[in-house]
Design a protein around this ligand. Sequence first.
Ligand SMILES: *[C@@H]1O[C@H](CO)[C@@H](O)[C@H](O)[C@H]1NC(C)=O
Ligand SMILES: *[C@@H]1O[C@H](CO)[C@@H](O)[C@H](O)[C@H]1NC(C)=O
Ligand SMILES: *[C@@H]1O[C@H](CO)[C@@H](O)[C@H](O)[C@H]1NC(C)=O
Ligand SMILES: *[C@@H]1O[C@H](CO)[C@@H](O)[C@H](O)[C@H]1NC(C)=O
Length: 592
Amino acid sequence: MENILHIQIFMISLNNPHFLPSSLTSPLPHLPHYSNSLSCYNVILPLIFLPFSSRVVKHCFSSSSLSIFMMGKVVKSFCFLVFFGVLVEGLNIWPMPNSVNYGHQIMYLSNDFALKTDGSKYNDASGILKDAFSRLLDVIEVDHVIDSNFSHFDPIAILHGIHVIVWSQSDELQYGVDESYKLSIPSHGTQVYAHIEAQTVYGVLHGLQTFSQLCRFNFTNRAIEVHQVPWYIIDQPRFFYRGLLIDTSRHYLPLPIIKNIIDSMTYAKLNVLHWHIVDTQSFPLEIPSFPKLWNGAYSISERYTMADAAEIVSYAQRRGISVLAEIDVPGHALSWGTGYPSLWPSKDCQQPLDVSKEFTFKVIDGILSDFSKTFKYRFVHLGGDEVNTSCWTETPRIRKWLRQHGLDTSGAYQYFVLRAQKIALSHGYEIINWEETFNDFGSKLSRKTVVHNWLGGGVAEKVVAAGLRCIVSNQDKWYLDHLDAPWEGFYMNEPLTNITNHQQQKLILGGEVCMWGEHIDASDIEQTIWPRAAAAAERLWSAYDNLAKDPSQVFGRLAHFRCLLNQRGVAAAPLVGPGRVAPEEPGSCYKQ
Ligand SMILES: *[C@@H]1O[C@H](CO)[C@@H](O)[C@H](O)[C@H]1NC(C)=O
Ligand SMILES: *[C@@H]1O[C@H](CO)[C@@H](O)[C@H](O)[C@H]1NC(C)=O
Ligand SMILES: *[C@@H]1O[C@H](CO)[C@@H](O)[C@H](O)[C@H]1NC(C)=O
Ligand SMILES: *[C@@H]1O[C@H](CO)[C@@H](O)[C@H](O)[C@H]1NC(C)=O
């Protein structure tokens, strides 16, 4: 008589009805990869219902009856509802998928664990999938020596690889690309493969990340194990825009550091690297149309060629991450004038950019023209924040120009931003601007503007009420350089706060955590980003109803993810305490 516990966990997204498990819409759930694996369950346990919505409970009922139906011998099935994994140790997936269903058995990864793509429509000519699979093996092994003797394992418990099916032939990465996937891992059989099915290769990449989090190295038998099989996971993000800002002006970030950050973003399913390239302090990027601009770099070595930028874009794209390039105008642009001093209002008053000169807009046009050949994301970020116009009025030549054009300083600010917007549109971009532009003259902005909130709460609701799109980054909660902003605040910051209208909700593209660089360089960036960015990543990825209402419920799971980042070589800081603290005392990574 086997005494094996069968636990099923359901994570259901009630606000994504089109993506609910089919069991909610049909009498019996369709679980194709389970059919071989259920016959061994043999348990008598009561039904336990936690106080969740009746739809969830109904799903639980129907799945239980499936178990009974398929297992034959089973007297009763155990249906256990858990949100956030708090009640079950070991459900350590971050960010939490939409729907998770698992069992209790163990499979061992074969020593020739392979990628299979039979039946896939995607031919992987560029090798995105092949490379992702090879990275998967690296992050699963985390540098342990796998020297197990496979002849000791039951051959039916060996997982031979992953069978990937992609329906779309295209690997164009763009805003709104389908990132959903289904992952299943059968519990035993002959030549068993895990299955990942996705519309696009980028959905598969997320599926591989989830798979990697189900694996662990066993120090007794020196094999990689997957526990709690069979697994059946259905997943997709809540928001299409899940960003992280890096700032290469306040401090230069070497290319390997940027690549490490991109890799670490994939572990948390973030998908946009917002590259704040240039600011007051330095201009590190080569602009072929205006080759003296990068004279504003800190030094001859703290620079990026445009080919370097293209390499970053390609590196990110192969990992499912888009690069959003930013030039911040007309403020935050003093460094432009190192190469072209005529962009300054005067030698003594050096920003904002000179609004009165045609040359200023020629330079912006040159930059955006060069950008459009390399940065292929639908959006370009034009900044527009914190513009102090006093250099315009203090410079007689510009003061005269303002008078001639009948503009006061706020009119000139509006004129500048709108003209820069038109240039961006002419290069095929839609525009993202920081929220001051909306706060000052929102109704004048191009309808293709996305307003980037940062000053505080309450802005997103006004932006979407005005029919514009919005990205949320309110500094009190989502600025990583605010070291006193704790991970709990990152977790609880809800982009749809106070937005109830469904059409308006759709105008929130998502959110972004910002790693401003004043006190950040290669020495401390990773531990300032992680793990707090991960807390926001779950907010942006997971279905609303799967999110914890109290962050203490996810402490253990996030701590586990933080340790996973460390194991993978990412310098994620302890969770205990505010941002970037050192561990307080000796102890397990899982407890700090
Ligand atoms: C693996 O185990 C089998 C059976 O115990 C044994 O015969 C064989 O020598 C082992 N192989 C290695 C490489 O240790
Ligand atoms: C590791 O493998 C051994 C031998 O197969 C097993 O007894 C043990 O439970 C495994 N450890 C974990 C943590 O799963
Ligand atoms: C604006 O710039 C002027 C001149 O650079 C400076 O004196 C002033 O303090 C600035 N104002 C603010 C609010 O920063
Ligand atoms: C949501 O609305 C309430 C009531 O108007 C307000 O007090 C609160 O500040 C708003 N929250 C945010 C984050 O905008």
